[in-house]
Write a protein that binds this ligand. Structure first.
Ligand code: FAD
Ligand code: NAP
Length: 540
């Protein structure tokens, strides 16, 4: 243990990090490198975060494996070999455990422990952090690496406790797996998790009923084994590739964004571009032209193209129309990548229930009551998503200067400077917090960008004997306004997405991530650091 005892007998650290996913693991490694005493507190029993919790059938990344890995260490990447274009959850979790072994991370992590509260003390300048295991720790720096998609949410359906079968949430899947063989199963939700799991659940279930509220744009992932040449090329150049990725809008380099606007292309050119990218699989489709998510006219070409492709996969024309998204532009909710999702609805034992026509009234002892009909099932899978971006942060009762509560401060939506800190909360950092590109990017690139910035900042503070850093109110206000302005220039706010908080009844409808792109955002981070942290107040 790197902890030391302070006068009051409480454990004392330079930094406490909450969460041991990709973000918390790398943050620990960087802060150890600075010689700081650090403790990570993690609710799960192991490292991995997203990939520890989301063990549902079909779970895999949608950013290509060769890019969805750490890029900070040449040895680590050279000694690991990915097998598939989009790695499945077990492989990603094995990779995270391999990194934890290589860096000997576990000795500084308290597992099976949840942080429930944190209070800043102005006199000592320390945070007191409280856990559900009765532990109370004092720390100078308090870092939330709690994840944007870690607060799984089961909707408040009436009667859920009456259900006599088994139910599961994709974001908290049993470690031993679930055998649906011969069972009648309901899946509620058709976002990425539903779309990935439905084809595999259908392979086992005797009857599968899918409850869809919003049809989503989905395209074939084109998953396949990686070739030895692809693997060798990345091993030889990953660090260099990562530098490049940091300059791009999405933190990925496996495709180029076409900068031409839709109207600058002939209909044939547009069609060719869309088709090539659709066939390529993955997010390349959204880079077909520069204004795809900026104007309705430009978006409509891509949305129509996508619907035409999707329609071809479904045998029944009536069913196809139900599965086609018609209420939002393509790309403004997370695009889904699938393997045989739409084709699954051609199977005789798979049924689609459109929840907009037949709302779910309640869960009964025997199943789901929807549109006046009771669907009797043995198991229910909630693929109903997360209280995204703010859920995990606000589940901790965080109180800053003068006891100000973060929950109260964010009651109308999250307010941060750069997604890294919030005025009134000295020495509190968020990794990929609201107001940063985070979920609109390859998250590992964004995580590394934040971790590196925070580590460099703490190095400067400690070497300069600066006690605290805190976002100023002015900088925060102007950043929040900037994020809103950039979002308003896009079609993003026009969909009922979790980016907007629209999936949680009563949650403020604010566009939470920064849509300006990883590269532009990175320049801003560099400028702030180079200017001795303009927009932050430093106190000696
Ligand atoms: P997480 O991995 O979410 O880790 C946060 C950790 O904090 C969790 O282990 C949690 O238990 C812990 N924690 C939270 N609150 C507390 C508390 N109060 N006390 C103690 N511990 C706490 N992104 C991509 O870029 N590409 C992808 O392909 C991709 N696929 C995804 C697939 C799924 C199924 C999901 C849900 C998300 C996916 N994401 C993807 C986003 C993914 O969350 C990030 O890529 C990345 O794994 C986030 O890492 P993290 O460390 O920031 O957060
Ligand atoms: P999600 O995208 O929020 O999807 C949740 C689904 O549940 C939606 O279809 C939603 O409908 C539905 N739903 C929610 N509440 C409901 C209710 N009360 N009644 C009926 N339906 C309800 O969640 P997710 O699929 O878990 O994905 C979340 C994010 O995690 C993704 O967007 C992605 O960023 C990441 N992810 C990535 C992958 C991957 O491919 N690598 C896989 C899984 C997750 P509405 O759309 O109408 O709200």
């Amino acid at each position: 243990m790197t902890e030391k005892q302070n006068k009051s007998g409480k454990s004392d650290f330079d930094a406490i990090i909450v969460g041991a996913g990709f973000a918390g693991m790398y943050m620990l490694h960087r802060l150890r490198g600075l010689g700081l005493s650090v403790r990570v507190i993690e609710a799960g029993e192991g490292v991995g975060g997203t990939w520890y919790w989301n063990r549902y059938p079909g779970a895999r990344c949608d950013i290509e494996s060769l890019e969805y890995q750490y890029g900070f260490s040449d040895e680590i990447q050279r000694d690991w070999t990915w097998t598939e274009r989009y790695a499945a959850q077990p492989e990603i979790l094995r990779y995270q455990n391999y990194v934890a072994d290589r860096l000997d991370l576990r000795r500084d992590i308290s597992f099976s422990t949840r942080v429930i509260a944190a209070q800043h003390d102005a006199a000592s300048g320390l945070w007191t952090v409280e856990t559900d295991q009765g532990g109370t720790y004092e720390t100078r720096f308090f870092i939330m690496a709690t994840g944007c998609l870690s607060a799984a949410r089961v909707p408040d359906f009436k009667g859920i406790n009456d259900f006599e079968g088994e139910w599961y949430h994709t974001g908290g899947w049993p470690h031993e797996g679930v055998d649906f063989t011969g069972k009648r199963v309901a899946v509620i939700g058709t976002g990425s998790s539903g779309i990935q799991s439905i084809p595999l659940i259908a392979e086992q279930a005797s009857q599968l009923t899918v409850f869809q509220r919003t049809a989503n744009f989905t395209l074939p992932a084109g998953n396949r084994p990686l070739t030895p040449e692809e693997i060798a090329e990345t091993k030889a150049r990953l660090l260099e590739q990562r530098q490049h990725a940091r300059q791009t809008p999405g933190g990925i380099i496996c495709f180029e964004y076409n900068e031409k606007l839709a109207e600058e292309m002939t209909p044939e050119e547009r069609e060719k571009e869309l088709r090539t990218r659709w066939m390529q699989g993955g997010f390349a489709f959204l880079g077909a032209y520069g204004d795809l998510t900026a104007t309705h006219e430009a978006n409509a070409y891509a949305a129509d193209f996508a619907r035409d492709q999707m329609r071809c996969a479904v045998e029944s024309p009536q069913l196809a129309e139900k599965l086609l998204p018609n209420d939002h532009p393509v790309g403004v909710k997370r695009l889904c990548l699938d393997t045989n999702y739409l084709e699954t609805f051609n199977l005789p034992h798979v049924e689609l229930v459109d929840v907009r026509e037949a709302p779910i009234e309640k869960i009964t002892a025997k199943g789901v009551l929807s549109g006046g009909r009771e669907y009797e099932v043995d198991a229910i899978v909630f693929a109903t998503g997360f209280d995204a971006m703010t859920g995990a942060i606000l589940s901790v009762d965080i109180r800053g200067r003068h006891g100000i509560s973060l929950r109260e401060k964010w009651v109308a939506g999250p307010r941060t400077y750069l997604g890294l800190g919030s005025a009134g909360f000295p020495n509190l950092f968020f990794i990929t917090g609201p107001g940063s590109p985070s979920v609109l990017s390859n998250m590992i690139v964004s995580i590394e960008q934040h971790v590196d910035w925070i580590a460099d900042c703490l190095a400067k503070l400690t070497s300069g004997n600066i006690r605290s850093i805190e976002a100023t109110q002015e900088a925060e206000d102007s950043w929040v306004a900037h994020v809103n302005e950039v979002a308003a220039e896009t079609l993003y706010p026009q969909a009922n997405s979790w980016y907007m908080g629209a999936n949680i009844p009563g949650k403020p409808q604010v566009f939470m991530p920064y849509p300006g792109g990883v590269g532009v955002y990175g320049q801003k981070l560099d400028e702030v650091a180079a200017s001795d942290y303009e927009g932050f107040r430093l106190d000696a």
